[in-house]
Design a binder for this molecule. Structure first.
Ligand code: ZN
Length: 195
């Protein structure tokens, strides 16, 4: 295997990048200044070395606890459960939510072999049963898997008697929270209902 093939193979593992695009990117990198390519390599290495998950909420961070969890102005009693760290970015851009988050690390997808144990469900139950949380807002995506995940969360948290709410269906069905606009997210959050 040549270096060109190796890189094209790695790039084609990225979402939205096919073999053809991967090769095009590889040749582009070969054409640019070596210094620029080295900088890209360095950035990638720093990324994988420095970025990790928050001990509390599983958001991505360069510290033990992320900036949102550390922020004293955030309401620790309202917990918004999302599938991926990127969803936090989308909700934060909407600017309405003042509570804290919990990242599941995915959604239930039995066909892809993703079960409850592959998500941070135990940690979520642990956080809620500690007694600080007054409301859990489930903001999993409005897809079949997202809904099944919401039902699982509701079931797992029912012994705690903490109210569990679900964001409204203001978002396009099957559409990812990550790509929704701020106004739709704010609307979906404020129109949440009890599960
Ligand atoms: Zn955090």
């Amino acid at each position: 295997m040549s270096a060109i093939d190796d890189l094209a193979t790695e790039l084609s593992k990225l979402p939205g990048i096919g073999r053809k695009t991967a090769l095009r990117l590889t040749y582009h990198l070969l054409k640019q200044q070596p210094e620029q390519t080295r900088r890209l390599a360095q950035t990638l290495q720093t990324l994988s070395e420095k970025v990790r998950t928050c001990e509390r909420c599983f958001n991505l961070t360069e510290d033990e606890v992320c900036a949102i969890c550390r922020d004293p102005r955030r309401d620790q009693s309202v917990l918004c459960v999302v599938e991926e760290p990127a969803d936090i970015g989308a909700i934060e851009r909407a600017g309405e939510f003042k509570g804290v988050y919990h990242v599941l690390g995915g959604r239930l997808a039995p066909l892809d072999g993703v079960g409850p144990d592959d998500l941070t469900m135990d940690a979520l139950v642990g956080r809620v049963t500690k007694g600080v949380v007054r409301e859990v807002i489930v903001a999993t995506n409005p897809s079949v898997e997202g809904e099944a995940t919401a039902v699982l969360i509701q079931r797992e948290l029912s012994p705690s008697s903490v109210p569990v709410t679900r964001i409204a269906r203001g978002l396009p069905i099957g559409g990812d929270l990550e790509y929704a606009d701020g106004a739709s997210i704010a609307q979906a959050l404020s129109a949440r209902r009890a599960m």
